[in-house]
Design a protein around this ligand. Structure first.
Ligand code: COA
Length: 179
């Protein structure tokens, strides 16, 4: 199984604890624009939504859906999550960080830690994919910096809060990460 705790010089990735709901609320409220991309993000995020989110992250089976709170200088500023499929031969990665710390490479660094550990922990893992909104330029930039290739665009993939949004699909093969 992939480790619960990962770290680099500035970031610690660790499992959520229920007390993190305060930081999670601050993280979600930091970006009122994000909900337009994502059907699962409430329009008005409340403390009970944050509590439910943390509860759900903690309840996930880490064998198939490991997830990490990104801690920076004592605060939880984001999340990285993996969903393992096909007996851990493929996986889907997701990530997000507080709007107040964006543009400093944190999402790329936290995601890179998880990718490295995933390929080490699961020798059969051949590919990691990511699905991101086709208008989410920052997210696509993160994936391109990490060496992902754009594999396609699913047009009108989701109907989110009154409008259609496209899904951009990215993939990273094991041998591309090793290079
Ligand atoms: C996407 C997200 C995780 C990026 O976080 P981050 O910590 O700012 O990411 P990084 O600093 O590692 O890289 C962001 C890159 O995008 C670039 N960028 C940011 N906004 C951009 C924009 N509007 N257009 C083009 N590039 C943009 C930055 O300049 C940076 O590139 P650089 O390192 O070459 O300068 C963050 O915006 C976020 O949490 N968004 C909400 C959640 C989300 O969309 N998650 C992804 C779902 S798959």
């Amino acid at each position: 199984m992939i480790p619960n705790q990962l770290r680099n010089e500035t970031l610690q990735l660790r499992p959520f604890v229920q007390e993190d709901e305060v930081d999670v609320l601050a993280y979600w409220q930091s970006d009122p624009g994000w909900e337009r991309f994502n059907a699962s993000v409430p329009t008005n995020f409340t403390s009970s939504d944050a509590s439910a989110f943390v509860t759900e992250m903690r309840a996930r089976n880490r064998d198939v859906q490991p997830n990490w709170a990104i801690e920076y200088q004592g605060d939880v500023v984001g999340i990285v999550s993996l969903t393992l499929e096909q007996d851990s031969r493929t996986a889907i990665i997701g990530y997000g960080v507080h709007a107040g710390v964006r543009g400093r490479g944190m999402a790329a660094a936290a995601t890179a830690l998880v990718i490295s550990e995933a390929f080490t922990s699961y020798p059969q893992l051949a590919k990691i994919s990511a699905h991101t909104n086709g208008e989410n330029l920052a997210s696509m930039k993160v994936l391109e910096k990490l060496g992902f290739s754009r594999e396609g665009l699913l047009r009108r993939a989701h109907f989110v809060k009154g409008r259609w949004v496209d899904d951009a699909i990215y993939g990273l093969l094991r041998e591309e990460w090793d290079q």
